[in-house]
Design a protein around this ligand. Structure first.
Ligand SMILES: C[S@@+](CC[C@H](N)C(=O)[O-])C[C@H]1O[C@@H](n2cnc3c(N)ncnc32)[C@H](O)[C@@H]1O
Length: 281
C-alpha cells in the first residue's frame, strides 16, 4: 500500500470523479428519504494543494485550478467548484476535499456516510476529520470486504463509490468486478460508481464488456481523456462507470463532459459518454 492520494488531489481525474459524485448525490436527494453513502477507498478526506506531496507533482494545476480560473462553468461544475471554494477562505485554493468530505458537505441531516480506508494513517486522518459528525462512520478495513458486510444499508437507498488505487494495475478491474457482482446481488437497487484509470484502451475494454454482460441495469460510462489512450506509461484519462444511474443522469454527464474536455485537455482531449446497458440490462 504505497499509494497516497495527496500526490494527486485535485488533478483532472479527481475533478471528473468528484463532479460526477456530487451530481449523483444531488440526483438521489431529489427524493426526501434518507440515503447512505458508502466509500470503499476513502483516502484521508482532505488535502492541502500547497502541501509537500501536492507540490511535488503539481497535478492540481491541470485539474481543479483550471476550473477555478475559468470564466463560466456549466451549473453542475459550478456547484462542485463552489463546494471546493467553501473550504477555502480566500480566492486561492489550498484545501481540496476528498470524496468523503465532498459527500459529507452535501449530505442532509438524516443521510449517513460509511467510509472505509485500509491505510492506518489515512484512516486516522479521516477519523479526526469527522470526529464531530455523527452522520459519518469511519472503518479501517478492506473496502471490498466491507461491501459484503455492510450491504444493503438500512436506508435501502444510496450510493457506493469504488475508487481503489489501482496498484494492482489491470488485476484491480477483476477485483472490482468480483466485488461489484457480489454487492449488486446483495443490493440490486443501489447506485454504484466506479472510478478507473485509462492508460491503454485495451486494458479498459474487458471491464466494459463485463459490465455490458453483467445483468446490471442502466450502466453508463463517462470518460475524459487528456492524452491519447495509447501508452501504459502515464495516466491518459479517467472514467466513471455508473450502475443503476438515476433517471436522466446522462443529461447531467452530457452537460459537464464537453466543458471538462475543453478546460482540462486544452491541447485536444476527448470525452466519451456511453450507455452499456439500459432499463432491461
Ligand atoms: C484513490 S485513493 C481514494 C481517494 C478518495 N476516494 C477521493 O476521491 O478522495 C485510494 C485509497 O484506497 C486506500 N486503500 C488501498 N487499498 C484499500 C483497501 N483494500 N480497502 C480500503 N482502502 C484501501 C489507499 O490507502 C488510498 O487512500
Amino acid at each position: 500500500m504505497n499509494y497516497r492520494h495527496a500526490f494527486h488531489a485535485g488533478n483532472f481525474a479527481d475533478v471528473l470523479k468528484h463532479a460526477v459524485l456530487l451530481g449523483l448525490i444531488e440526483a438521489l436527494q431529489a427524493k426526501p428519504a434518507p440515503l447512505c453513502y458508502l466509500d470503499t477507498h476513502a483516502g484521508s478526506g482532505r488535502y492541502l494543494l500547497g502541501g509537500e506531496e501536492a507540490r511535488k507533482t503539481g497535478e492540481a494545476a491541470g485539474g481543479v485550478l483550471r476550473l477555478a480560473a475559468a470564466h463560466a462553468l456549466p451549473p453542475p461544475l459550478q456547484r462542485y467548484l463552489d463546494q471546493v471554494r467553501a473550504l477555502n477562505a480566500g480566492d486561492a485554493l489550498d484545501v481540496y476535499p476528498g470524496s468523503p468530505l465532498l459527500a459529507a458537505q452535501a449530505l442532509r441531516a438524516d443521510d449517513r456516510a460509511v467510509l472505509c480506508e485500509l491505510h492506518p494513517e489515512e484512516a486516522a486522518s479521516l477519523r479526526a476529520l469527522f470526529r464531530d459528525d455523527k452522520r459519518v462512520h469511519v472503518h479501517q478495513r478492506d473496502g471490498y470486504a466491507a461491501l459484503k458486510a455492510l450491504l444493503p444499508p438500512a436506508e435501502k437507498r444510496g450510493l457506493v463509490l469504488i475508487d481503489p488505487p489501482f496498484e494492482a494495475q489491470e488485476d484491480e478491474f477483476r477485483a472490482i468486478e468480483a466485488a461489484l457482482a457480489d454487492a449488486w446481488k446483495r443490493w440490486p437497487g443501489g447506485v454504484y460508481a466506479v472510478w478507473y484509470p485509462i492508460k491503454l484502451r485495451r486494458h479498459v475494454l474487458p471491464f466494459h464488456r463485463w459490465l455490458a454482460a453483467s445483468g446490471m441495469k442502466n450502466v453508463w460510462v463517462a470518460e475524459l481523456l487528456v492524452h491519447p489512450d495509447n501508452t501504459a506509461l502515464r495516466l491518459n484519462g479517467a472514467g466513471m462507470a455508473i450502475v443503476n444511474a438515476p433517471w436522466q443522469f446522462e443529461r447531467r454527464l452530457a452537460a459537464i463532459l464537453p466543458a471538462l474536455a475543453r478546460l482540462l485537455a486544452p491541447d485536444g482531449g476527448q470525452q466519451r459518454l456511453e450507455r452499456l446497458t439500459g432499463e432491461r440490462a
